[in-house]
Design a protein around this ligand. Structure first.
Ligand code: GLA
Length: 403
């Protein structure tokens, strides 16, 4: 293995997907003296509602956004993966015959993990030269990891002329993150990065893996506000929440025959048997059970173009994540509180795992500037941090172009 660090490129990364693809192609061509055989780009996501429900077999409603990770790639005649991460100014040389998780250069664990599980499925992989470039802020809860896994998977599949159904790619990428990178995430992020659709959100049933695209109404904007708090606690607390959910199911199963996951538990069950549970576990269960219900009602509201109801469900989701699931933080609460006082705001909540990262705000278009102005004015004195504000659009999932 060879690892070296050079100063990151000064070239600005543009948020437009086509420009990102063009720029990763240019970097590849400059560095390796030939155009890449394929260029893949996979988007990050926001989750509109349905937080911490995916690993409980529940419902989620994410959307792919106009931030992505792009990979330019060509085959190599040997068994190595030469991968350059342009944003980090780092290059790794890995041996396809000896792939294992690494501590240094941990970013390379994502493509390496994907390659590892493709090989495990019996797919023969040629060596590859790759350049990665992206504009999804890392550690901001917008799924830069899933985008890198999905882009890597499609790059390997394309270079090796293998086709695989999207659901299999999604499961393989989740497995790479769970069992190679070591983060026990659910399936939502990889799912939306593959199957996002322009101007639509995606309702996913995380048990059956059935999904349906839900059109997002015109006349509103979704503002994403990065709190600037990196999700440091995220993986240990995330795993703890998963364990608490499992403990809840285990205890309730003695009274409710046949339940497998919190998906099977109703608000009525919690009323009847809640006192059997440890009070903290009860709060965690209450969040998941009510959140699943909110997702279903949100989709009904979107279909009926009832954005007021949709927004109210966003507020309720945030309150439950803050008070029952306890995964918010003062900065996320500050964004939500500031936005909620601006005219034209329909709803706002944290998005993603929590403990920092981003909050989202659904606002009637004409009030967008007012929200941005208020966040810029009020957030820094309250938190000592600068908000990272983007108005996002909903985009299609992974795309591949071959030379
Ligand atoms: C992270 C995980 C997802 C999901 C969310 C919380 O983004 O990767 O699988 O569990 O947190 O909803």
């Amino acid at each position: 293995m060879r690892s070296r660090t050079i100063p990151p490129s000064r070239k600005p990364v543009n948020s437009s997907r086509t420009e990102l693809e063009q720029s990763v192609t240019e970097v590849f061509t400059d560095k390796y003296g030939a155009v890449p055989a394929c260029v893949v780009s996979a988007p990050g996501r926001v989750n509109l509602i349905g937080e911490h429900t995916d690993y409980n077999d529940g419902f989620v409603l994410p959307a792919a956004i106009n931030r992505a990770t792009a990979i330019a790639a060509s085959p190599r005649p040997d068994h190595s993966l030469l991968i350059h991460a342009e944003n980090l100014g780092a290059t790794m040389l890995l041996d396809l015959k000896d792939l294992h998780p690494r501590k240094t250069g941990s970013w390379s664990n994502y493509p390496a993990g994907v390659a590892h599980f493709l090989l495990k499925q019996g797919i023969t992989l040629r060596g590859a030269t790759m350049v990665i470039r992206g504009d999804i802020p890392r550690g901001a809860g917008l799924s830069s990891s899933a985008a890198l896994e999905v882009a890597s998977a499609y790059a390997f599949l394309t270079l090796n002329e293998v086709t695989m159904p999207p659901l299999d790619v999604i499961k393989l990428c989740q497995r790479a993150e769970n069992d190679f990178v070591g983060v026990k995430c659910g399936i939502m992020d990889q799912f939306i990065s593959c199957l996002g659709k322009k101007d639509h959100a995606l309702l996913i049933d995380c048990r059956s893996l059935d999904y349906v695209h839900v059109p997002f109404p015109a006349g509103v904007h979704l503002i994403v506000c990065d709190t600037g708090v990196k999700r440091a606690l995220a993986s240990s607390e995330y795993n703890k929440r998963r364990e608490e959910c499992a403990a809840g199911v285990c205890c309730l199963a003695s009274r409710i025959p046949g339940i497998q996951m919190l998906r099977d538990v109703t608000p009525g069950h919690l009323m009847e048997f809640g006192e059997l549970l440890d009070p903290v576990v009860l709060k965690r269960c209450r969040h998941v059970v009510t959140e699943n219900d909110r997702v279903t009602r949100s989709v009904d509201a979107l279909r009926a173009n009832d954005l007021v109801q949709f927004g109210n469900l966003m507020y309720a989701s945030h309150a439950s994540l803050r008070d029952n699931y306890e995964v918010s933080c003062p900065e996320l609460d500050a964004v939500v509180e500031i936005c909620s006082r601006v005219d034209g705001v329909l709803g706002t909540r944290m998005t993603g795992a929590g403990f920092g990262g981003c909050a989202i705000c659904l606002v009637r278009e004409v009030y967008t500037d007012a929200v941005i102005e208020r966040l810029q004015r009020e957030y820094p004195p309250r938190t000592g941090k600068t908000p990272g504000i983007t108005v996002c659009t909903f985009e299609q999932g992974v795309t591949v172009s071959s030379a």
